[in-house]
Design a binder for this molecule. Structure first.
Ligand SMILES: C[S@@+](CC[C@H](N)C(=O)[O-])C[C@H]1O[C@@H](n2cnc3c(N)ncnc32)[C@H](O)[C@@H]1O
Length: 283
């Protein structure tokens, strides 16, 4: 999800993110630059045919090594599953293969919903895919046993509002996994300090938090420390069960031996993954 040179960013990074207008701008951002795992600057980013979807589905696991392992061990037998922010629909295929009884998936954009449906149709996978803003999810209480969201809720204006829905939507004992960006990561500090000090953005009023917009995808791109994100989940009545740090497959730092690079990814990776559960009430 790293951003190199996205032409859309330059106009939007200065927009006011505090108003209702920002929600529309967020949607436009993702309608214009859908998450297809193609290079952000490529003009051939959108899937055209079955082969292209197959490439995207492969890239989804290849570029997210955590997920390749995670889906191997995930058992969703008989569970009703919700994915928040399905992008091109690649996770839906893996959630279905993990034994889910049903998969429902939502995304803010029409484009993501349409491409996800096409992806599933190519591979004969059934799921209920809808365009829906996760800040306003309107499914009934306790409709799901498992909720999955990978790299989505930190891209929304009111992340807290999305997280309010999760304990409401989960049945007691239900569980899930969320990935958000890790503030305690090498990427956040090294890229941030480079932009501030070497590119001189510190002298233009930017700080470590604000400068992330110059090299990070999305209209919004919040970062959380692991402890902070776990506390947010606890405050929603959810129990964090496992925290993992990870990173995309590509090398984190140049010229660093692979074992050290892998160690840095596990300790200071950019992807913060928290597995959680909604407790059953005590009798
Ligand atoms: C970085 S992409 C990740 C997509 C997919 N989960 C993946 O890993 O390939 C972020 C996705 O979040 C979606 N999104 C952003 N804000 C959202 C919201 N408020 N409700 C639902 N989806 C949202 C975007 O449309 C986009 O598809």
């Amino acid at each position: 999800m790293a951003m190199t040179s996205n032409p859309y960013m330059e106009t939007w990074q200065v927009a006011d993110q505090s108003t209702g207008h920002a929600n529309a701008a967020n949607k436009t951002w993702w309608e214009t630059a859908a998450m297809t795992y193609e290079d952000w600057s490529s003009d051939d980013r959108e899937p055209r045919n079955k082969q292209h979807f197959e490439d995207i589905n492969r890239a989804y696991l290849a570029q997210n090594p955590f997920l390749a392992d995670y889906f191997q061990r995930l058992d969703l037998s008989a569970m009703r599953v919700l994915e928040i922010g399905c992008g091109m629909g690649s996770a839906i295929i893996n959630l279905t293969k993990s034994g889910a009884a049903s998969v429902t998936a939502i995304d803010l954009t029409e484009k993501a919903a349409e491409f996800s449906k096409l992806n599933l149709a190519h591979f004969g996978i059934e799921a209920d895919v809808k365009q829906m803003d996760a800040e306003q999810i309107d499914f009934a209480d306790q409709s799901f046993d498992f909720i999955y969201s990978w790299g989505v809720i930190h891209h929304s204006r009111n992340t807290d509002q999305i997280l309010d829905h999760i304990p409401r939507l989960l049945a007691p004992g239900g569980h899930g996994v969320i990935m958000v960006y890790n503030r305690n990561s090498l990427r956040y500090y090294l890229k941030g300090l480079y932009q501030l000090l070497v590119k001189g953005l510190a002298f233009k009023g930017e700080n470590l938090a604000s400068v992330q917009k110059y090299f990070t995808d999305g209209y919004f791109h919040k970062h959380y420390s692991p402890g902070e994100f776990r506390n947010i989940l606890r405050n929603k009545g959810l129990t964090p069960e496992k925290t993992s740090l990870s990173h995309m497959a590509k090398r984190y730092l140049p010229l660093v031996p692979t074992p050290l690079d892998n160690f840095l990814k596990r300790k200071f990776g950019w992807l913060l993954v928290v597995e959680f559960r909604k407790p059953k009430p005590l009798r």
